[in-house]
Design a protein. Structure first.
Lengths: 224, 222
């Protein structure tokens, strides 16, 4: 298993990424690194390719050129190990309507091979302030509550160092936003890395590196 | 790793229980098709006994095709499929888990019901037993091969028709040997060769299909 990352170690590296979707070239020659304790905020207009970039980083989408490396290895060749080190929360919640909140988390953890017990699930739901709804079917929950179930996964895999979050604040109320900010802060503090996009006026709890998509040269601009 | 396979199966079985209505759909279709045939063809026992294997097998086939729409499409639509892809566990095992659950909910009940339905066609005891055995050995192939089709057509428009076109030619050998086994048994010959071929096809499919399905899922999810 992967131990805590030493500060400065490169967790993810994008090399010369090019992405074409529907005959449009979204970005090309995009290279950057994500290190331990780094939070990268990907910004750009709608359609600039933010979601595509995140999916390429996860390995769900193949870039038309270039590669992504995780801990020095190509993710294509280290899929399962990378998957164990990664938690992805995308646009879709990945929540089954016919299962309760607790059942959803238990199923996800079991499928991921994480040996979590009922108590850990309970704690995860408590952290996201949806423990009251643990035994409600997801179909009966609001969008924001379903989003919280998806985000609760972040607390179930403490060994996963890389978080890739696509618009994680969608549908969250201000309390949910606070909870997620605290989670991100704690994760960064423990040496993890977060790559996220968010349209909302987000006040980051940590210093972020901004990556602008859609401009001529996509370059990582350090904050400040 | 096997735990991940079991975890996927358990989740799918739990969902099947919660979505009873949709699941019962395919079984109901099977039962209705098979029950309607004697009504349409007439009560002539010789005819019924002759057509029974073919009718029951074709109904099983069609019912399997009907059930393919639910195999991956629901997980794809709500994002749980991509989570399975990113779970860090071998995808081919998760796929086997899904197919096992699918078979338990389609092929297994069909095999169990076949005794009852064979009685409706006035089949003798031995051909009935052979029918059940052929379904037991052949329906896993239907689930496995069907899953390949379902994975390849995931998210495409007109997926239903496409899956049928893709999968039906591959189902034909299963149908031929399945119905052939029962015919042989009814004629007093040994169905062993047919049954062994059916079993072999299922084993071969179990060995090869998961890789194909995993690759197809990765492409479909892009």
């Amino acid at each position: 298993m992967n131990g805590p990352a030493s500060p400065g170690s490169v967790l993810l590296e994008a090399i010369d990424l090019q992405c074409e979707r529907g005959h449009r070239r979204l970005f090309e020659a995009l290279s950057f690194r994500v290190q331990a304790s780094q939070c990268m905020h990907i910004v750009g207009d709608n359609g600039a390719g933010k979601t595509s970039l995140l999916r390429i980083l996860c390995g769900l989408l193949q870039p038309t050129a270039g590669e992504v490396r995780w801990s020095g290895r190509q993710i294509r060749q280290a899929r399962d190990e990378y998957g164990a080190d990664l938690v992805y929360v995308g646009h879709l919640n990945g929540v089954k309507d016919d299962l309760t909140a607790a059942e959803n988390l238990r199923a996800w953890a079991a499928i991921a091979g994480l040996g979590v017990g009922g108590e850990t699930i309970g704690q995860a739901l408590e952290l996201l302030a949806i423990d009251r709804f643990a035994h409600w079917r997801a179909a009966q929950l609001s969008q924001g509550q379903k989003r919280r179930i998806a985000l609760a996964r972040l607390t179930l895999a403490p060994a996963a160092r890389v978080w890739i979050l696509d618009e994680p604040f969608t549908a969250l109320d201000w309390r949910g936003v606070e909870i997620l900010n605290r989670l991100i802060e704690r994760h960064i503090g423990k040496g993890g890395a977060v790559v996220l996009t968010t349209h909302q006026a987000w006040q980051p709890p940590v210093s972020v590196t901004r990556l602008q998509l859609g401009s001529e040269a996509a370059v990582a601009v350090p904050p400040g | 790793m096997i735990q991940a396979l079991v975890a996927v199966s358990r989740r799918d079985l739990l969902l099947a229980i919660r979505q009873r209505g949709d699941v019962a759909n395919c079984l109901l279709f099977f039962v209705i098709v098979v029950t309607m045939v004697p009504l349409g063809v007439g009560p002539e026992k010789e005819t019924l006994r002759a057509i029974a294997p073919g009718v029951i097998w074709v109904a099983a086939l069609l019912s399997a095709i009907l059930s393919l729409g639910r195999m991956f499409a629901l997980d794809y639509a709500d994002g749980t499929l991509e989570q399975i892809l990113l779970s860090g566990q071998p995808l081919s095992l998760a796929v086997l888990g899904k197919i096992a659950a699918h078979w338990l909910v389609t092929g297994a009940p069909i095999t169990a019901l076949s005794f009852l339905l064979a009685a409706m066609f006035d089949m003798a005891a031995e051909p009935s037993a052979t029918l059940a055995a052929s379904l037991l050995l052949g329906t896993p192939s239907l689930s496995l091969i069907g899953a390949v089709g379902a994975a390849l057509t995931l998210g495409l428009r007109g997926a239903g028709v496409l899956v049928t076109l893709l999968v039906l030619p591959l189902y034909v050998p299963v149908l031929v040997f399945g119905a052939g086994a029962v015919d042989a048994s009814a004629a007093g010959l040994s169905p062993a060769a047919h049954l062994m071929l059916l079993g072999g096809m299922s084993l071969g499919a179990a060995a090869l299909a998961p890789w194909a399905i995993a690759a197809a899922l990765r492409i479909s999810v892009e």
